[in-house]
Write a protein that binds this ligand. Structure first.
Ligand code: HEM
Length: 451
């Protein structure tokens, strides 16, 4: 892509010098690249579509075109999700010290469940979790989400009443999803700070490079998380409650012997892994989506006005923000047998990243791919939640949260202005990328008294 001013315009605050850099400088894990990756992805698309890099010391193939990403995501037997197999095995310094830590502290075995296993094992976990995480259970969270959004908007109004900006990310976009998933898991309000800490520790090092000591410090917090939830599960075994943890304990499959799917109920270590994934996958991703949605609305006052006159438009605004921003920009896969994408041959054992963020702006798929056009044709086909067997378990919940937030912001606020647009920095993780801080000033709509 050459001289695409739309990309440069839509990436608020990012220096527009990507064009001069070229792909030879590209490193997916470079924090500066992660400030502004889209123009790099566009360049990869116009080349072969599959970009080879050795940023991890071994070949890594980035798949960028929409059709290729979909084909790989739909073929789990060639593109396996067992990308973290052996991360705690072997003789690396981290593996050895992590094992010691788990043994000393009484941590539970870290078992791969949904995100990091393949069918048919994966199918078993998905079926069990879907017995607990039903559309009805998600819909029942709507009043909680609306109520939380209302409280957080009140706070935004109060703290910016004197015209001084406040941070939308930490004052709104972080606490909302944390409180929602805590509610879904029935965690008491006084553990919310721990909940956020455990969630952050669980993703430390994903899609970014941190030291062995930093990883072990994060593991210590993960063990704390495991112990808390193991105790909560035991409490529910003795005294069942009407909540997701009890549903997970009760979840079992009766009639899948023919399909080769193990029909036993879940072990504690399996449940802990699934709870950790629900916690982790649901927090930072949704935080980032809410931040990106706000930035896009600030950048497009005409869309903010349309939303204000038609709050139901929030659904399309949320999905278009997901397409453009894709907080989970990509996910790893491992190639099980030699295969070919376009002209690129991928040897067995290669690591691959399915770059959902790139596919979401593929010009062969989307008209004016860099433009913010809520309600655009084919919007539902975006890959912000992935595709195929690993399609996001929490998509319904994340969509609900983003839609309710868009609706409530537009109902309650006359204006919301971003004041630090030129200084916004992104969390430099391609798996969990999003704006670090968004300073805003808001004004409330005037309430017209009844009668
Ligand atoms: C805007 C918010 C969200 C985004 C952008 C997002 C994105 C994604 C993506 C792209 C995948 C596919 C991963 C792959 O291809 O391997 C995924 C999977 C997953 N997501 Fe989400 N997600 C979000 C919210 C949530 C929420 C709220 C939850 C739970 C409450 C959740 C739980 C999961 C889980 C458990 C998986 C693994 C599913 C599997 O491997 O079968 N996500 N998510």
């Amino acid at each position: 892509m050459t001289g695409n001013s739309k990309i440069e315009e839509s990436l608020a605050g990012v220096p527009a010098d990507v064009e001069s850099k070229g792909l030879e400088d590209f490193n997916l894990f470079d924090p500066e690249v992660q400030q502004c990756p889209h123009a790099y992805y566009a360049k990869m698309q116009t080349a072969s579509g599959v970009f080879e890099t050795d940023a991890l010391g071994t070949p890594l193939y980035l798949v960028t075109r929409y059709d290729d990403v979909v084909a790989c995501a739909m073929d789990p037997s060639t593109f396996s999700s067992r990308f973290d197999a052996g991360s705690m095995e072997g003789n690396s310094e981290y593996a050895r010290r992590a094992q010691e830590l788990y043994d000393e502290e009484g941590g539970y075995e870290r078992i791969g469940t949904m995100l990091t296993v393949d069918p048919p094992e994966h199918t078993r976990y998905r079926r069990l979790v879907s017995q607990a995480f039903t559309p009805k259970a998600i819909a029942e969270l709507e009043p909680t989400i609306r109520d939380l959004a209302g409280q957080l908007i009140d706070q935004l109004i109060a703290v910016t009443a004197d015209g001084n900006p406040t941070d939308f990310v930490n004052g709104f976009a972080v606490p909302l999803p944390v409180a929602v998933i805590a509610k879904a898991l029935n965690v008491p309000d006084n553990r919310l700070a721990d909940f956020k800490r455990w969630s952050d520790a669980s993703v430390a090092g994903i899609g970014t490079n941190i030291s062995v000591d930093e990883r072990l410090a994060a593991d210590r917090e993960v063990i704390e998380f495991q112990k808390y939830f193991a105790e909560q599960l035991e409490l529910r075994r003795e005294e069942p409650q009407d909540d997701l943890l009890t549903d997970l304990l009760n979840a079992s499959i009766d009639k899948d012997a023919d399909e080769g799917i193990d029909s036993t109920a879940l072990e504690i270590a399996e449940m802990l892994s699934m709870i950790q994934q629900l916690l982790v996958a649901g927090n930072q991703t949704t935080t980032h989506l809410l931040g990106e949605m706000l930035l896009l609305l600030d950048e497009h006052p005409e869309e903010w006005s349309r939303l204000a006159s038609d709050p139901a438009y929030g659904k399309d605004v949320a999905d278009e923000a997901l397409r453009l921003a894709a907080p989970t920009q990509g996910m790893f896969r491992v190639v099980t047998e030699e295969t070919q994408i376009g002209s690129t041959v991928l040897p067995a054992g290669s690591r691959v990243v399915l770059l959902y963020a790139a596919a979401n702006r593929d010009p062969d798929m989307w008209r004016n791919p860099d433009d913010f056009e809520p309600g655009r044709e084919g919007l539902a086909k975006h890959l912000g939640f992935g595709k195929g067997p690993h399609y996001c378990v929490g998509a319904g919940l994340a969509r609900l949260e983003a839609r309710v937030v868009a609706e409530e912001l537009s109902k309650r606020l006359a204006t919301i202005s971003v004041t630090n647009r030129s200084e916004i920095r992104y969390i430099p993780s391609f798996v969990l990328r999003g704006p670090e801080q968004i300073q805003v000033v808001v004004t409330a709509k005037k309430v017209v008294p009844d009668g």
